[in-house]
Ligand binder design. Structure first.
Ligand code: SAM
Length: 395
């Protein structure tokens, strides 16, 4: 904990309890803004914040995460020199090594040492942000639930692809490597990655299966970052869906298909829709998974599902909310990492939250995932609406 003196000079408060993270205690990394707050208190704060943002008939108790070791993905910024690279973040334009970060899955932590050696032995010059020189910008590492790794080298140009590729057998001897690729990001921008991905090693699919749920991830696909919380989230969503036992489900913004697959049953049709073709291929492709814009796809169907599942990016579902309002859909299972946009969407839809639960996907931060079962408000029947597209289309 820091106390602030006049002129905003921060000095360590010697009387305050230290957190388990030495980077935090030394003021070198403050990504975990609430690390000094006891975890139970963090959870209670997230719950009360959520209850003020979203009016709900029944708020269930929050689902707690492991406090450390839960992150399955690390975006490691590379800086420093070939002989002494830093693997972590940029702090005031310089590299700050974060290899002891407590959030990482232990196999990601253990990968730092061989990755450091790999950079040095292959002379992979770190990219310097102030000078705009060098090649290796970052390494994105994803850990599977089975202890295997996907490693992606984000490079300024394809110049180093050959030398990386030719030494990957060495890397595979030193860490549990299943997939490796190069991502090309030529621009000097604060983006995590570029559009071009060059596959270099292994199968391009990392097995992210969670128990019976068969999930696979390709390099540019999205996967929730807290594996255990994700498993509980999908299982809870499936249990809530089973209570209403829909015969048709649409999973919009489906990513690699976690919600859709957890709700699949022989007596049910389930369709997942996702913008990223990489994710759709990883999910298993047609006929169950469709690549496209969720809103456009929904409008083109000429029918509606018994249960609509949405798990959009932070901005929410946009004008799909009006389409839902004007349709005959009466039950939406909304999973969101931004309760503010979710609450706004649910209001626009003319629905009310029947049940909600916080899943602590991102401990020590303000962020959270929330699962909401929303139902059409009495008196808000789509058929009453003058712009009822379903009625206009004759179904
Ligand atoms: C929060 S992630 C959820 C992914 C998935 N439901 C899961 O549990 O991993 C949001 C997903 O929406 C996708 N997406 C973004 N805009 C979209 C759109 N207009 N139509 C369909 N999918 C979209 C992203 O590619 C991303 O995979």
């Amino acid at each position: 904990m820091l106390i602030r003196l006049r002129y905003d000079v921060a000095v360590p408060d010697q009387s305050a309890p230290l957190t388990p993270c030495h980077y935090f205690n030394e003021g070198l990394c403050r990504s975990c803004t609430h690390l000094a707050t006891p975890y139970e208190e963090q959870l209670a704060q997230k719950q009360s914040f959520s209850e003020t943002i979203l009016e709900c008939d029944s708020w269930l108790p929050p689902v707690a995460s492991a406090e450390f070791g839960f992150r399955n993905k690390a975006k490691i910024i590379i800086a420093g020199t070939v002989a002494e690279p830093t693997l972590g973040i940029l702090r005031n334009g310089a590299g700050q090594d974060l290899r002891d970060c407590l959030l990482y899955n232990p196999i990601i932590t253990e990968a730092h040492e061989p990755l450091t050696e790999f950079i040095t032995r292959n002379k992979l010059t770190p990219y310097s942000v102030p000078e705009r020189t060098g090649e290796l910008k970052s390494i994105i590492v994803t850990a599977s639930p089975h202890g295997r790794l996907m490693v992606r080298f984000v490079l300024r140009s394809p110049d180093f692809v050959e030398r990386i590729s030719s030494d990957l057998d060495w890397l595979a001897e030193h860490l549990p490597l299943d997939v490796a690729s190069a991502n090309i990001l030529p621009e000097h921008v604060a983006l995590p990655e570029g559009p071009t991905e060059i596959h270099l090693f292994g199968d391009p699919l990392l097995d992210m299966s969670l128990g019976p749920l068969d999930l696979r991830l390709r390099p540019q696909g999205f996967f929730q970052t807290n594996t255990e919380i994700t498993r509980v989230l999908y299982a809870t969503a499936a249990a809530w869906a089973d209570e209403v036992d829909p015969s048709s489900v649409w999973d919009l913004y489906c990513g690699v298909g976690g919600f859709a697959k957890s709700m699949a049953a022989p007596w049910r049709t389930v369709t997942g829709v996702e913008l990223s073709e990489e994710a759709v291929i990883a999910a298993g492709g047609a006929p169950l998974f469709v690549a496209g814009d969720a809103g456009q796809w929904a409008r083109e169907q000429g029918t509606v599902p018994d249960l609509l599942v949405v798990n959009p990016p932070r901005r929410g579902i946009g004008d799909l909310a009006e389409w839902i309002r004007d349709s005959s859909i009466d039950r939406v299972l909304y999973s969101s990492c931004n309760l503010v946009s979710a609450a706004k969407d649910i209001e626009i839809m003319g629905f009310k939250a029947e049940r909600a639960q916080v899943f602590d996907m991102f401990p020590h931060t303000d962020h959270l995932e929330c699962l909401i079962m929303a139902v059409r408000e009495a008196g808000q029947q789509a058929s009453d609406h003058p712009n009822n597209s379903a009625t206009a289309n004759g179904f």
